[in-house]
Ligand binder design. Structure first.
Ligand SMILES: [Zn+2]
Ligand SMILES: [Zn+2]
Length: 485
């Protein structure tokens, strides 16, 4: 520290005695005003620089003042994707990058959400939070229906657990009305100015849920996110999304409800549980919703390390339809030769005669492409076929829902989420490996969901009964027995 002394009219620097040191200067008060549009766009999110409609200078300036964190999207040694936490080297590819002129790695695990490479940057907001919205002091739920006794019991257990910020499992048979029993918990979150998401591994489930939630909560801003959706509303208190899309959030939600938690790919893909935990604030709870919990989840529930409630009855109180098994011989060979099995065709004609819409589940796209034309030739009603990569998939499901298609041949993509009154269901080739217990229970759950028509026919057409088929039937019989008590 120096002081200035006047000597012969010239200022010269002299060291100050140590005991005379003044206190350190106060930090300079800058007049930096953060950009509120950037704050709103970025708060609670984890985005690539090129996903933000703001100039780089503006973001750099905010970083310099501590309002934004910028990091390289892919760390080297060891290679790690900062968006999805992938660190398996076989899930990275290297290539000569035209943008930076270097060899860049990109992450294949989260590629669906757009490419993340070594020269990409991820941005997050570290400044103060914006006001997300201004809830009024009243319930937002406009749903006028009434919960069944079983639903009401589960709904209040769920609400208590959400208040205590504890994880919870709702283990409810297909058609038990698990969406409605969420309403009290959702309403509690919204009236308490908290943020929540309902996420599902399946786009179809998101598309089925969104209109029902919008109807029940008409005054709440809701964002619906899935691959290809155009919604960019942010920040909103309520998000309905595929689990993939949660990777674009960080520390945003006070509650995440995972619907159809056992649905492939959540069950098999470690990235999706990661996405959920990243999007949640710390200590915020997760709620799992399923008709067919994985073995792991079941064990946690049975050993009481996870709270939850089982609902073994459908909301209308009727039992689940029990699948029949019908042997049709070597179905694969038959359809290759262009023949449709008469046992299968008889069943189909009977359903058509009763004017029931019919789901026909097949093991693969290959089988679908052989079976669909054979059915078209054999029947007089309109037939459609859908699979995951079908560009007209959503339209065809709509056509089936509204009666323009009477038969829908589908891969397992529609095993859950889609509710059609009066429907019957067949599994064509139920002995194929793809149909495990969970899938078969879900498919059987498509039938008899309407109180006006609580029954219906479910048939597993096969060339040899498998263990999974037997387990599925046992599962349904057990639930019916418990529900009857
Ligand atoms: Zn990644
Ligand atoms: Zn590059």
């Amino acid at each position: 520290m120096l002081s200035f002394v006047r000597k012969n009219n010239v200022l010269s620097a002299q060291p100050l005695p140590a005991y005379h040191l003044p206190s350190p200067p106060l930090p300079v008060k800058t007049s930096f005003q953060f950009n509120p549009d950037l704050q709103k766009a970025l708060y609670g999110r984890h985005l690539l620089l090129n996903e933000l409609p703001f100039p780089k200078d503006l973001i750099d300036e905010h970083e310099a003042h501590g309002f934004v964190r910028i990091e390289q999207a892919i760390a080297d040694r060891p290679l790690t994707c900062k968006r999805c936490s992938n660190h398996s080297s076989y899930l990275f590819y290297s290539y000569h990058c035209a943008k930076c002129g270097q060899i860049c790695y990109y992450c294949r695990q989260c590629l669906k959400l757009g490419i993340v490479k070594s020269c990409s940057t991820l941005v997050e907001w570290t400044g103060p939070p914006p006001a997300i919205w201004h809830p009024v002091n009243k319930s937002f739920c406009e749903w006028k229906g009434k919960l069944s006794e079983a639903q009401a019991k589960a709904a209040s257990a769920l609400l208590e657990s959400v208040k205590k910020q504890e994880n919870f499992l709702v283990w409810a048979v297909c058609g038990s009305g698990k969406t409605e029993l969420l309403f009290p918990a959702i309403d509690y979150m919204l009236t308490n100015n908290k943020t929540l998401a309902i996420a599902s591994p399946r786009t179809d489930v998101v598309l089925e849920l969104a209109p029902r939630m919008r109807q029940a909560f008409p005054d709440v801003p809701i964002s619906v996110l899935y691959g290809g959706s155009q919604e960019r509303n942010h920040p909103v208190p309520f998000v309905i999304s595929t689990t993939h899309q949660l990777l674009r959030y960080k520390d945003y939600f006070d509650l995440i409800i995972i619907d159809e938690v056992d649905a492939f790919p959540f069950n098999h893909d470690p990235m999706l549980p990661f996405a959920a935990s990243k999007a949640l604030k710390s200590f915020a709870p997760l709620v799992y919703l399923t008709a067919t919990p994985s073995r792991q989840l079941k064990e946690k529930f049975l050993s009481k390390s996870l709270n939850g409630m089982k609902i073994p009855v459908r909301f209308h109180g009727y039992p689940l339809p029990v699948p029949e098994m019908k042997w049709i011989g070597n179905w694969r060979k038959q359809i290759k030769k262009g023949r449709l099995n008469p046992i299968f065709l008889n069943w189909l004609n009977k359903s058509i005669g009763m004017k029931h819409p019919v789901f026909i589940f097949v093991p693969s796209v290959e089988i679908l492409k052989m079976l669909e034309p054979l059915i078209k030739q054999a029947v007089t009603v309109n037939v459609g076929g859908v699979h995951a990569n079908d560009p007209d998939r959503h339209q065809k499901v709509m056509d089936f829902r509204e009666g323009r298609l009477r038969i829908l041949v589908t891969t397992t993509i529609l095993e859950r989420g889609v509710t059609i009154s009066y429907a019957d269901a067949a599994v064509f080739g139920a002995d194929d490996d793809i149909f495990d217990e969970q899938a078969l229970v879900q498919i059987s759950g498509r039938v008899g969901r309407d109180i006006k028509h609580p029954t219906g026919s479910v048939v597993f057409f096969h060339y040899g009964v498998t263990l999974e088929m037997t387990r599925a039937v046992k599962h349904i019989l057990n639930m019916n027995r418990e529900g009857h008590k």
